[in-house]
Design a protein around this ligand. Structure first.
Ligand SMILES: Nc1ncnc2c1ncn2[C@@H]1O[C@H](COP(=O)(O)OP(=O)(O)OP(=O)(O)O)[C@@H](O)[C@H]1O
Ligand SMILES: [Mg+2]
Length: 312
């Protein structure tokens, strides 16, 4: 059926295909083993860096130190917690950064329009509004970075407090006034009953405490009111921030003062935040010889009460 020459041609074609297939398999194998070798080398370098490997007498890499591999295995939850935390920090920083980026672009456009001389009043008003938004996002970023620094200083036992007498009532009035506009913009009512109170301590740190409590009350309240009170007697200064927000279930009362504990800790968290605020608050209050407690239940709002020793 086939001539000799066509049989010869088919035979050489089959041989060529087989040789080519063989070559492809060889190259892939080589690549795979090269990749494995490369991966092994990278892992070994990492392992040496982390002190996980041990060497034999000829300076060859011996077995992976079983003590370290056990430690690494038992460290898995801490490692997972750390990556989760880094994810949260990146997310929290990205939000204000996006705002800053967006409004800088708007600002540049408005400035260009102003330079062209068209509708100067409108352009100046827009430049001011964009500037204010950039400033507020930058302050948000600064607060996140400051919280992170405080947390890391506290971990190393370096969160130090000043000690000087000051009027807590004046401080509380100042801070609530700073929050008033934001609270009212959200449609909430701010009520205050601030009596005179003298304390001994670090004014800036106690300002941070008040800011944290007010910012939580604002974030976790969608309707109703925020009530700030301050009263003192011979022994004790009592400050409370009460809200009508989502509240905290009793089983979470102690844990919300722990670092990173957030009642909603899911990836799709509605309220954002890092879960550092109350842990820092609790440490500052502790260093002032005071205490803080939460009274709340789910859906009934929350009352945060701070008690500090009175300074005569
Ligand atoms: N007023 C409040 N109402 C309801 N839940 C609250 C209130 N204050 C705190 N919480 C709960 O306690 C958790 C811990 O609060 P904390 O201030 O430490 O962290 P955060 O506000 O989530 O983040 P950060 O303060 O670091 O920005 C919050 O995530 C929230 O679940
Ligand atoms: Mg907070």
């Amino acid at each position: 059926m086939f001539s000799d020459s066509s049989v010869g041609f088919i035979a050489s074609l089959i041989t060529a295909v087989l040789v080519l297939a063989g070559l492809i398999v060889m190259i892939r194998k080589l690549n795979r083993s090269n990749m494995r070798m490369l991966q092994f080398m990278t892992e070994s370098i990492d392992a040496i860096g982390e002190g996980i490997v041990v060497f034999d007498r000829q300076d060859r890499v011996a077995l992976v130190n079983p003590r370290y591999s056990k430690m690494m295995r038992s460290n898995q939850p801490a490692v997972a917690k750390k990556s989760r935390f880094i994810g949260k920090v990146s997310h929290e920083l990205r939000t204000p950064l996006t705002v800053i980026n967006g409004y800088i672009a708007c600002l540049v456009k408005a400035a260009e329009r102003a330079a062209e001389g068209a509708d100067p009043d409108r352009n100046v008003a827009q430049i001011k509004a964009h500037g204010a938004r950039i400033q507020s996002a930058a302050s948000h970023m600064r607060r996140i970075v400051e919280d992170l620094l405080d947390w890391s200083n506290n971990e190393r036992g370096r969160l130090v407090m000043d000690r000087a007498p000051f009027a807590m009532d004046a401080l509380l009035r100042d801070v609530t006034d700073d929050f008033r506009m934001e609270i009212e913009r959200k449609g909430l009512v701010l009520e205050t009953a601030i009596g005179g109170a003298q304390v001994m301590g670090d004014r800036a740190r106690l300002k941070q405490v008040i800011c944290n409590l007010l910012s939580n009350a604002l974030r976790f309240t969608d309707a109703g009111r925020i009530v700030v009170t301050l009263a003192s007697d011979r022994d004790e200064v009592r400050m409370a921030v009460a809200d009508t927000g989502i509240g905290v279930a009793p089983q979470d009362h102690a844990r919300i003062f722990e670092t990173f504990h957030q009642v909603d800790n899911s990836d799709a968290r509605t309220y954002g935040g890092l879960g550092l605020g109350l842990a820092i608050v609790a440490e500052i209050v502790r260093q002032h010889g005071g205490r803080i407690q939460v009274d709340s239940d789910l859906g009934t709002g929350a009352v945060m009460t701070l008690r500090l020793p009175t300074h005569a």
